[in-house]
Design a protein around this ligand. Structure first.
Ligand SMILES: *Cc1c(COP(=O)(O)O)cnc(C)c1O
Length: 439
């Protein structure tokens, strides 16, 4: 990649050495694919510590971080109160495989905050939460088909690694090797922001559908902000045919607003799934909804779901501590203000860029749309050409000590640890980077 560098190159000897070792024993050198920098090139910094809004790599480089471990770290890294609470919990034992007070307290807190949430079950990841919610919806409705939308990510369960087939309303096709076509056929894939296609599907097959699953603010393939009317339509029509509406709030939940996207849009789903923020940086997922549905889970009902480490006191404590701090700090107001401050600094820079660009933002989640016209609302409206420009922006910022997600399709996250001065640093680094485009 040809790039003029006005600042010294990164010293990455140790990171490069470790990543070479990693590749010998971990496929691609990573434990989750996007971390390998495949979409942007180069060798990823190998991180050894983090605090507040900053991460430090094995070469001693410090980066101002807008990845936030992909969403959980709404308070920033290693928040002292959270780490103290976790340390205290660890010293009392890390898992009991038995009921424990912190899971009750976290469940009480979640159900008090999130619209329509009466009962929850904890898991250890968002993937598990969504997978379990789908099983519950199928068990409750005694139907097999589920509907998802292209561009929404729901974790890596088999029946969700599915993309649209050809034609208007079609059965899904596996989007990963190893997913049987027979599983994918139970998943129907529609485009976001297309009320007509959704109406057609419900008219034709509504009575066979167990659940309609959506990220209310899709944030895993760009930030594809939906019209409230579209979500309202999903709610209305699922109710009409006895299908359940599932909001996948693994990213949105307890981040975009106190009560997640459900509160923001004023739409209460039948079931919701959570992860990321509710674990405060530890592995936690949850799903929940009306008691009448949730009581269909084992041990009360016929839908099986379980987990050895589910509800363990360390993870529950991290989540509880995080939510307590969010409430106390009036975090959602502050994060919106911080988001506005980001927009004020970044939008003018993007408008002046030598290519079309705009900032898309909902609260503390942001994304750069690098194409002409309105911000896209569906996956196929994103122009793939943007990836090349993004790659240059990414490396320009990295050289200047700032990390954003290593993929044009991933969003950025603000946390309570980011300051106005941090946003200034980003603005300066971004303008310098964009100036190089005309060199
Ligand atoms: C991250 C994410 C998941 C998967 O959660 P994991 O904890 O990575 O398994 C599911 N749904 C959405 C919307 C997510 O953002």
């Amino acid at each position: 990649m040809a790039m003029t560098q006005h600042c010294s190159p990164l010293h990455q000897d140790r990171s490069v050495g470790l990543f070479e070792r990693a590749k010998q024993v971990l496929p691609g050198g990573v434990s989750s694919p996007v971390r390998a920098f495949g979409a942007v090139g180069g060798s990823p910094p190998v991180i050894t510590s983090a605090s507040g809004a900053r991460v430090t790599d094995v070469d001693g480089n410090e980066f101002l971080d807008f990845v936030g471990s992909w969403g959980p770290l709404i308070l920033g890294h290693a928040h002292p109160e959270v780490t103290a609470a976790v340390a205290a919990a660890v010293s009392r034992g890390t898992t009991y495989g038995a009921p424990t007070p912190s899971e009750v307290e976290l469940a009480e807190r979640l159900t008090a905050i999130y619209p329509g949430l009466e009962k929850v079950r904890f898991t250890s990841s968002g993937t598990e939460a969504v997978m379990s919610a789908i099983r519950l919806a199928r068990g409750v409705t005694n139907r097999d088909l589920i509907v998802k939308f292209a561009g929404c990510y729901h974790g890596h369960a088999d029946h969700l690694l599915v993309s649209a087939g050809s034609g208007l309303v079609t059965f899904g096709q596996p989007s990963s090797a190893g997913v049987p076509a027979a599983f994918a056929e139970k998943t129907l894939v529609l485009d976001l922001d297309d009320e007509e296609a959704f109406d057609t599907l419900i008219d034709e097959r509504g009575e066979e559908i167990a659940a309609v699953l959506i990220e209310p603010i899709p944030a895993n393939n760009g930030l594809l902000v939906q019209h409230a009317e579209f979500l309202a339509k999903l709610k209305l029509r699922t109710a009409g045919v006895g299908a359940l509406l599932i909001f996948d709030e693994v990213i949105n939940g307890f981040r975009v607003a106190r009560g997640g996207a459900a509160e923001l849009f004023g739409i209460t789903p039948d079931l919701a799934t959570f992860g990321k923020v509710i674990g405060g940086g530890l592995p936690v997922g949850a799903f929940g909804g009306r008691a009448e549905y949730m009581d269909q889970l084992a041990p009360l009902g016929p839908v099986y779901q379980a987990g050895t480490l589910s509800g363990n006191p360390v993870a529950m404590t991290a989540g509880l501590s995080t939510l307590e701090i969010l409430e106390r700090e009036d975090a959602w107001t502050k994060l919106e203000q911080l988001g506005q401050a980001l927009e004020e600094r970044i939008s003018p820079i993007l408008e002046a860029a030598p290519f079309p660009a705009r900032l898309v933002r909902v609260g503390s989640i942001f994304w750069m749309s690098l194409q002409e016209g309105e911000a896209p609302r569906r996956a196929d409206a994103i122009e793939p050409g943007a990836a090349e420009i993004y790659q240059r922006i990414f490396h320009g910022l990295l050289l200047r000590g700032i990390t954003i997600a290593p993929s044009a399709y991933e969003v950025g996250f603000l946390s309570l640890a980011h300051t106005a001065a941090d946003l200034d640093l980003l603005a300066v680094a971004l303008s310098e980077t964009l100036n190089e485009f005309t060199d």
